[in-house]
Design a protein around this ligand. Structure first.
Ligand SMILES: Cc1cc2nc3c(=O)[nH]c(=O)nc-3n(C[C@H](O)[C@H](O)[C@H](O)COP(=O)(O)OP(=O)(O)OC[C@H]3O[C@@H](n4cnc5c(N)ncnc54)[C@H](O)[C@@H]3O)c2cc1C
Length: 459
């Protein structure tokens, strides 16, 4: 008869880290057992809340010795179940590691602990007239953003986390600590382990510190909301803008259903039709010139300007409305859980991909607003699953499977930014058929006992 390792491992963790760092409080176990997705979860054995790389290393060493699985967790905003725990695992909650270790204003980088939130970093950078614009609109931890290779509305200008992480401190499965990358702007030295860990979703190591690139806060911004007669026109306008000398800071697509949801949720006033939200940044003169050039281009695609903003407060308010899309969508059906899709295709294929998906949706009775980081070819359906409606969940999964097949056939990917987690394991395997064995070999080399976030990414 095998003996459960639970009491022994908890005792040893408590002795090593102190009682305040290890908890089996049922409320905390439940709160930290899942992210914001619809995927299933079980409360873990315990939640461990380290305060330093050394404490993470100790935790990993002890769990490795006892063969207990570890699920790293940042702020739990993931949408694919990446941080969801199983009953035999430990939740390694990095949210108490919140020190900003160094801001190198002249070298345009900062080194922070994994639990530092994007908002916290940007608040500290404001005094230097610098910003960390990569990552989602929702507030998330730097460790979690790096682990999912997150991006968001500003990726079209500043790139994703992949382009904005220079170096990492990582604790490996056996508790050893490594440092990858450097603070140099570029390097040809050795294998690029930094970008192996970025996007590895806690399956290869635990990120405890990250060095990220910073960008100057622009002197001025100008934002606008434009209504278009069709999706085709909207995407063609974006393609034309990207191929011109315009430098878009943000360009977001909202379909008619999304606009309708926002109007009901936060008083958004744009007409209910296909909509583009754009932003340009730079000096005041540059911004005016770029916006005027965009307006000239927009006229060729029958776009009508609904609103423009230049004052910081107005711009902030306007983009907050965009960041409200998920809660606004969920509010359409009280209690509904969103199944969020995340394909990304070459931008010229975007209209075809969205239109075929809309046609597919007509065969089912599901409310599914569409929103897209259109400048990157990345869009999301938020398919609303009414509480307890298993048939709706089945239909939504079938729609998602066909959408992924469509995107892969177009040369795209099953996930542009949310990651694989639990939800995209099958599509990820299809997408990387010839590289899968190499991925398994990397996992086996770094985590031979399979203790780091098991059941995620590779399955
Ligand atoms: C309303 C809303 C809007 C969103 N919009 C976007 C968007 O525009 N773009 C986007 O990319 N995402 C978006 N997301 C998803 C989510 O915010 C991102 O995936 C984010 O990067 C997750 O960060 P987190 O700290 O919450 O990570 P968690 O959810 O805690 O974890 C995510 C994954 O990373 C792993 N992990 C976390 N921390 C570490 C660490 N320190 N070391 C190793 N592994 C770790 C976890 O095990 C898990 O696999 C959105 C989510 C919501 C709820």
């Amino acid at each position: 008869m095998s003996v459960s390792p639970a009491p022994a491992v908890l005792k040893e963790l408590t002795t090593a880290l102190g009682a305040g760092r290890v908890s089996a409080d049922p409320g905390l176990l439940e709160a930290k057992a899942h992210d914001r997705s619809y995927h299933s979860w079980q409360p873990p054995l315990a939640v461990v809340q380290p305060r330093s790389t050394q404490e993470v290393a100790e935790t990993m060493r002890i769990c490795h010795e006892h063969k207990v699985p570890v699920v790293p967790r940042g702020s739990g905003t993931g949408l694919e179940g990446g941080a969801n725990t199983s009953a035999d695992s430990i939740c390694l909650d990095l949210s108490a590691m919140t020190q900003i270790l160094h801001i190198a204003a002249d070298d345009l980088y900062a080194t922070v602990e994994a639990g530092v939130m994007k908002s916290q970093l940007n608040a500290a950078l404001a005094a230097h007239r610098l910003q960390f614009p990569a990552g989602p609109g929702v507030d998330a931890s730097v460790g979690g953003m790096a682990a999912t290779s997150a991006s968001g509305t500003m990726a079209v200008r500043y790139g994703t986390l992949k382009e904005n992480v220079l170096a990492l401190t990582v604790v490996l499965a056996d508790g050893s600590v490594i440092r990858t990358g450097s603070t140099a702007k570029k390097s040809s030295s050795g294998y690029d382990l930094t970008h192996l860990f970025v996007g590895s979703e806690g399956t290869l190591g635990v990120i405890t510190e990250a060095t990220v690139t910073l960008h100057p806060v622009p002197e001025a911004n100008k934002s606008g909301v434009w209504s278009l007669p069709s999706l085709q026109n909207a995407v063609e306008l974006v393609v034309a803008a990207l191929r011109s000398s315009l430098r878009l800071t943000r360009v977001e697509l909202l379909d008619d259903l999304t606009v309708d949801a926002l109007r009901k949720y936060n008083g958004y006033t744009a007409p209910v039709t296909e909509t583009l939200m754009v932003e340009f940044s730079g000096s005041a003169a540059e911004v005016e010139a770029q916006y005027a050039q965009f307006a000239e281009l927009a006229a060729h695609y029958d776009a009508a300007e609904h609103l423009q903003a230049t004052e910081p407060d107005e711009c902030q308010q306007l983009w907050q409305a965009r960041h409200d899309v998920l809660p606004a969508t969920v509010a359409l059906i009280p209690g509904a859980a969103p199944l969020a899709t995340d394909v990304c295709v070459p931008i010229s294929k975007l209209p075809e991909c969205i239109l075929q998906t809309k046609a597919d949706l007509e065969s089912v009775d599901l409310l599914a607003p569409i929103v897209g980081h259109v400048g990157d070819g990345n869009f999301h359906l938020a398919m609303l699953l009414p509480p307890g409606d298993d048939a709706a969940a089945t239909k939504a999964k079938e729609i998602n499977a066909r959408l992924v097949d469509r995107a892969l056939a177009m040369g795209g990917t099953c996930t542009g930014e949310h990651g694989v987690g639990i939800g995209k394991i099958g599509p990820m395997r299809t997408e990387h058929a010839t590289a899968l064995e190499a991925m398994r070999a990397v996992k086996a080399a770094l985590d031979p006992a399979g203790l780091l976030n098991p059941g995620k990414v590779l399955g």
